[in-house]
Structure formats: structure tokens, C-alpha cells
Design a protein around this ligand. Structure first.
Ligand SMILES: Nc1ncnc2c1ncn2[C@@H]1O[C@H](COP(=O)(O)OP(=O)(O)OP(=O)(O)O)[C@@H](O)[C@H]1O
Length: 276
């Protein structure tokens, strides 16, 4: 296993010897990692590798053995309210809340900032407006969540996460149902967030977009098999290996143009792109 992290950057999240059992099966197996603050780390790996489970454990949403540190403090040492203001969460295919309007869904992100049974403040309303505008959900803020398309729903839930204005954001498959322009908007949003000092940790299946992250963390069968900058050849080779060489990472033509993941289809040539 190769793990290369920014040693000069403070960690937003750390896991030490983290193990999770679900239904009697070990799903995460003694995972140790450090995710740098102010960066975007993307967790990738095959189906069933444990990516969602890892993200949930880092968010304190399921029981684990070992230690998780949020901004250098054990998760248990945070009050629920303080933690909810510090770490925002977007889950995979989140159910419920179908009767709530998009505005009210986004306002749920402000609950950790509000006094018990308090009404939204001007700051809460401003944060919600900003979040809905950032995800282009403002135009349908009065519509119930249950009436929206999959992509519109995802953007409303993304607005809820942004409305928290948390320094650390965890997102499990945030691009689900988003069309290519809104995927590009999400990339730009993540870039803005990290430029402002936020930490973003996402699980993505879209490997071409994952390669735009600052770093990739690869999971396989409940273990971290590689962590490193997304532009390094060693990371590209590890990515190919974790997907059993059914994909290849190729450089796009032109200096600094980035990389592309191409599927390897038996009996078909891969095309003219260069190997990194
Ligand atoms: N509640 C549960 N009870 C038992 N096993 C579970 C439970 N939830 C997940 N698992 C198992 O844990 C393993 C990891 O699941 P997880 O959802 O974390 O994988 P993943 O890497 O996110 O997968 P995918 O890419 O398919 O979304 C899988 O084998 C899954 O079947």
C-alpha cells in the first residue's frame, strides 16, 4: 500500500485503526488515514469496497472500533451540535422529507445554528438563499422535494449541505442524477470551497471527475490500498490495479490538460491517447 499525504497540511479528519462490522461481516478492516484540511480528497474503489461505510464512520453515523479525529479532536469529544456545525453530510440516495419544500429542506442545514425551537434568523435565511443559488435550485424553492426530478432533488440536498457552512463537507456520490453541466458546476463549487479553506471528502464513481480531486484514496475489500495526489503516475497505476486493469488512465493531449479514464474492452484497441 502507498500512502502519500501532505505532511505540511493539517488534517481535517483522521482515522486510526478504524474497523466496522455490519451484519457480522468486517466491512472496514483496521483503516488508518489522514485527510488534509482545505483539500478535496476523493474516495474511489470497486462496488462493495466499503467507501460509503468509511464516509459514514468518518461522519460518526455508525458504530466503529478505533478512533476518528475531526480537526484533531476525537468525534466523541464533540457535542452533537458543535459537530453538526463543523461537519456537513450528504448521503447516498437520501430518503424522506418529500413533503417539505426545497427552501425548508435547505433550511434543515441551519438547524445546528439555531436555538432550540427558535425561528430562522436573517443569517440563516441568507445562508439558505446563497446555498440554493449556488446549486441553481433557487427558482423552485417553493416546490415540494417529492415533486422534483432526481437531479433537482440532488441539488436541493446539496443546498442543505452548503447551508450548514461547515468547514468539513462529506459527500457520498454527490453527482448522482446530475447532468454534465451540473457536474461541471459541482466541480467549480468544490474548487471554490477548497479555495476558501473548506475540506471536501467525496465518494465518486465518475473516475474522470475523481481525477480532478487533489488526492485519491483507494479502498478495496475494506482496506486502504493507495492514497496519493491525483496527478501522479503511481496513483494512476494504483487506480488501474484497484479496478483490476479493466480501465486505463491516459493523458489528454496538451501540457496540463489532465487525464482521462478509458475502459479496457476485450478485443478493442484503446485509442491514441498516451500512457501517463
Ligand atoms: N447494513 C449492512 N449490513 C450488512 N452488510 C452491509 C450493510 N451495509 C453495507 N454492507 C456491506 O458492506 C460492504 C461495503 O458496503 P459499502 O456500501 O460501504 O460499499 P461501497 O464501496 O460504498 O459500494 P458501492 O460502490 O457499491 O456503493 C458491502 O459488501 C455491503 O454489502
Amino acid at each position: 500500500m502507498t500512502v502519500r499525504t501532505d505532511t505540511h497540511v493539517a488534517a481535517a479528519l483522521q482515522a486510526q485503526d478504524l474497523s466496522v462490522r455490519l451484519g457480522g461481516t468486517v466491512v472496514l478492516d483496521h483503516v488508518s488515514l489522514s485527510l488534509p484540511a482545505g483539500r478535496w480528497t476523493c474516495i474511489v474503489g470497486p462496488n462493495g469496497a466499503g467507501k460509503s461505510t468509511l464516509l459514514k464512520a468518518l461522519a460518526g453515523l455508525l458504530a466503529y472500533r478505533g478512533q476518528v479525529l475531526l480537526l484533531d479532536r476525537p468525534l466523541q469529544a464533540w457535542s452533537r451540535r458543535e459537530r453538526a456545525r463543523t461537519l456537513a453530510w450528504l448521503g447516498q440516495a437520501e430518503p424522506g422529507a418529500d413533503d417539505l419544500t426545497v427552501w425548508d429542506v435547505a433550511m434543515l442545514g441551519r438547524v445546528p445554528h439555531q436555538p432550540w425551537l427558535g425561528t430562522p434568523s436573517a443569517a440563516d435565511r441568507a445562508a439558505v438563499r446563497q446555498a440554493l443559488q449556488a446549486t441553481q435550485a433557487w427558482a423552485w424553492r417553493h416546490r415540494p422535494l417529492g415533486e422534483l426530478s432526481g437531479g433537482q432533488r440532488q441539488r436541493a440536498l446539496l443546498a442543505r449541505l452548503l447551508a450548514v457552512q461547515a468547514p468539513v463537507l462529506l459527500m457520498d456520490e454527490p453527482l448522482a442524477h446530475l447532468d454534465p453541466p451540473h457536474q461541471a458546476d459541482w466541480l467549480a463549487l468544490v474548487r471554490r470551497l477548497t479555495a476558501q479553506g473548506h475540506t471536501v471528502v467525496s465518494v465518486l464513481h465518475e473516475l474522470n471527475l475523481a481525477l480532478r480531486a487533489d488526492a485519491l484514496l483507494m479502498l478495496d475489500a475494506g482496506r486502504v490500498v493507495h492514497q496519493g495526489p491525483s496527478g501522479e503516475p503511481a496513483t494512476h497505476r494504483a487506480l488501474e490495479a484497484v479496478f483490476e486493469h479493466r480501465i486505463a488512465v491516459r493523458a489528454l493531449p496538451g501540457d496540463g490538460a489532465g487525464w482521462v479514464v478509458v475502459p479496457r474492452v476485450a478485443g478493442q484497441p484503446e485509442g491514441p491517447l498516451a500512457c501517463t
